[in-house]
Design a protein around this ligand. Structure first.
Ligand SMILES: NC(=O)c1ccc[n+]([C@@H]2O[C@H](COP(=O)([O-])OP(=O)(O)OC[C@H]3O[C@@H](n4cnc5c(N)ncnc54)[C@H](OP(=O)(O)O)[C@@H]3O)[C@@H](O)[C@H]2O)c1
Length: 316
């Protein structure tokens, strides 16, 4: 699989290096708003092509799959161009900054019969996958998850700028919501409290989600203070304490009444980034247009909840 990397920022570099090191795939092109920046990252990743626009990358014959690594509010434009050119798309989390844009992206990919997946790498972490399929949990009764750090206020920073899809919920909160969605499905009800930053984006949110039966999820996200960045999964038969960072855990402890605690450790060389890029290559080789591990309807369900939480807080 020949990949094109759209953007040269933090995650473009991280995932670009993972792709460059994977057998059976390579980075053939990098695009940036600046051709020079594309050339610098392209040289590091062994790419033969560097483009000064994302549109050129999407149109290039030498590219089979596009990794969209722009800020969330700029995802749709790139993904739309890639889908129109028939390229498989791995799009950074969250799919977009707004629900209507995410729905449009999914509809375009489905109409075109082109592969699309949100790069929710947490779902590809082998320890998270073990928790999701372990029947010893019984009925899942509760999920608690929090992701926060102190991001000093700067109106030009991606996390504080509404034009770049800023706010805690979309950037950090997407992980606690995605964990609850994976383990409990779609909630029936939501309670939200939080605060806005000076630019009008959500700075903090504490969310309670209610599910059929008595199941609850308590989720927290913040750009104002560091949180534990851990998660707990409580089942009728077993509890999991997921170490920080819960979206990329290296250790999980399982406890059951009357049994010794069980420690799950990540094997060297395993991680969610490798898993997600391998999934794209596997799906495309098998002629699938969606991932079974990270289905598009699950990404849309999370987008719907994030948008509702942001609406209730009055976030821009
Ligand atoms: N999966 C993960 O672990 C993870 C981690 C961090 C971020 N992310 C996601 O990845 C995306 C990018 O985050 P990041 O941390 O890589 O951000 P970043 O370091 O700020 O990089 C974003 C890149 O997007 C490009 N871009 C295009 N239009 C832009 C605009 N109007 N303003 C600013 N940059 C623009 C820029 O590349 P050029 O200048 O080269 O065009 C920039 O370098 C976000 O959606 C975020 O949620 C995922």
């Amino acid at each position: 699989m020949r990949w094109g990397i759209a953007a040269t920022g933090g995650i473009a570099q991280t995932v670009g290096r993972v792709i460059a090191g994977e057998p059976g795939m390579r980075v053939s092109a990098v695009a940036s708003r600046s051709k020079e920046r594309a050339a610098v990252l392209g040289r590091e990743l062994g790419a033969e092509l560097a483009f000064g626009s994302y549109a050129e990358l999407c149109a290039a014959d030498e590219v089979d799959a596009v990794f969209v690594a722009t800020p969330h509010a700029q995802h749709l434009e790139v993904a739309e161009a890639a889908i129109a050119c028939g390229k498989a798309v791995l799009c950074e989390k969250p799919l977009t900054g707004r629900l209507d844009e995410a729905e449009r992206m999914v509809a375009l990919a489905r109409e075109a019969g082109v592969f699309l997946m949100e790069a929710m790498w947490m779902r590809f972490n082998p320890l998270i996958q073990r928790v999701a399929r372990d029947e010893r949990f019984g009925e899942i009764l509760g999920v608690r998850a929090e992701f926060g750090f102190h991001q000093p206020y700067d109106p030009a920073h991606r996390l504080w700028d509404p034009a770049l899809g800023g706010g805690a919920l979309l950037d950090l909160g997407v992980y606690p919501f995605a964990l609850a969605q994976l383990l409990l499905g779609t909630p029936l009800d939501m309670h939200v409290t939080g605060s806005l930053g000076p630019s009008g984006v959500d700075a903090e949110a504490s969310v309670l989600l209610a599910y059929p039966g008595d199941a609850r999820a308590t989720l927290e996200t913040s750009l104002l203070k560091p949180l534990s960045n851990t998660a707990t999964v409580i089942g009728s038969g077993m509890t999991a304490e997921i170490d920080a960072s819960f979206w990329a855990p290296r250790r999980i402890v399982l406890t059951r009444p009357g049994a010794e605690p069980e420690e799950l450790l990540l094997e060297p060389g395993e991680d969610g980034y490798r898993g997600e890029v391998r999934e794209v290559a596997r799906a495309v080789a098998e002629g699938r247009t969606e991932s079974t591990i990270m289905p598009l309807d699950e990404s849309l369900a999370v987008m719907r909840q994030l948008e509702e939480a942001r609406r209730r807080l009055g976030a821009r």
